[in-house]
Design a protein around this ligand. Structure first.
Ligand SMILES: [Ca+2]
Ligand SMILES: [Ca+2]
Length: 283
């Protein structure tokens, strides 16, 4: 049944939050390498995030961030690489949610991978390209080398989070999903080197305003104009202290118009996705 699948998917995502407490298998080290590329100002670049030394047990969950200079790299997108396309999304169809998903923020991309499936055919078991980062080098970028770093998602940055040691996480759940193993990682950062070009390109100032005026769009927690499962996930992560919400996002999240944004709102948004309630909910 659809609702069960959605809830199972959310459970897998939420379990990422419990990662830090789990056992580390120090014997296995996953090598993570971001590519180093050259481009002229105004050109598009593609960097790969490659994995090597993937342990035999495979990877069913991953969580890290990619940090870049947002004054140099614009229009950043990240998509799943070849080894992350395991067919998991057709085996575990959850509306609005893919096993590999990313959130682009200013200068940081949050990358998550998780499957609730316990069949290792849907795990990442071989080395290769895990994620593909595409970006445009800003027209006015000065010739220099700009790092593209693979870093831990630092929960201490988030509201309500307790500070803890965070690492770039690649791991696997055991068969009954009660325990996870987190591998050690060896990270090599990438970079974009802007080389001199003599074609000055028109200014690309003027960013797109993604906020939709002052109107409340109930359930649209990430303010992208649509209410979907990612909004529930973002709200749940916020409630776990992992993600901040914008002011507008907080207003949109309070779908029962009471004093608080809490788990009740999350559940209502989830129910609205399967047409059990209509937002806003009158309390
Ligand atoms: Ca949304
Ligand atoms: Ca509320």
């Amino acid at each position: 049944m659809k609702v069960r699948k959605i809830v199972a998917g959310l459970a897998a995502v939420s379990m990422l939050a419990a990662f830090s407490a789990q056992v580390v298998a120090a014997a296995d080290t996953v090598t993570v390498t971001a590519s180093k590329v050259e481009a002229k100002a105004g050109e598009e670049v593609t960097l790969n995030i490659d994995l090597a030394d993937v342990p035999a047990a495979g990877i069913s969950v991953a969580e890290f961030a990619i940090k870049y200079d947002s004054s140099v790299l614009t229009d950043v997108t990240v998509e799943a690489g070849a080894i992350a396309n395991t067919g998991v999304d057709s085996a575990e169809p959850i509306e609005g949610l893919t096993a590999f998903y990313t959130t682009v923020s200013d200068g940081v991309v949050y990358v998550n991978y998780s499957t609730g499936l316990t069949d290792s055919r849907y795990y990442i078991t071989q080395g290769g390209t895990f994620a593909v980062v595409k970006a445009k080098v800003a027209a006015g970028a000065k010739a220099d080398t700009y790092p593209v770093e693979i870093v831990a998602i630092d929960r201490a940055d988030y509201q309500g989070a307790t500070a803890s040691t965070n690492t770039v996480k690649f791991g696997v759940f055991n068969a009954d999903m009660t325990e996870s193993t987190i591998y050690e990682t060896k990270v090599t950062n990438g970079s974009v080197t802007v080389i001199d070009g003599d074609t000055p390109i028109e200014s690309t100032e003027g960013s797109t305003d993604n906020t939709q005026g002052g109107d409340v769009v109930y359930g649209d927690v990430d303010c992208n104009g649509k209410v979907e499962l990612l909004d529930v996930i973002l709200l749940n992560k916020n409630l776990l202290g992992m993600e901040k919400l914008s002011d507008k996002g907080s207003k949109n999240a309070n779908v029962n118009n009471d004093a608080a944004v809490d788990g009740t709102d999350s559940l209502f948004i989830l129910k609205s996705l399967v047409s059990l309630v209509t937002l806003p909910v009158q309390s």
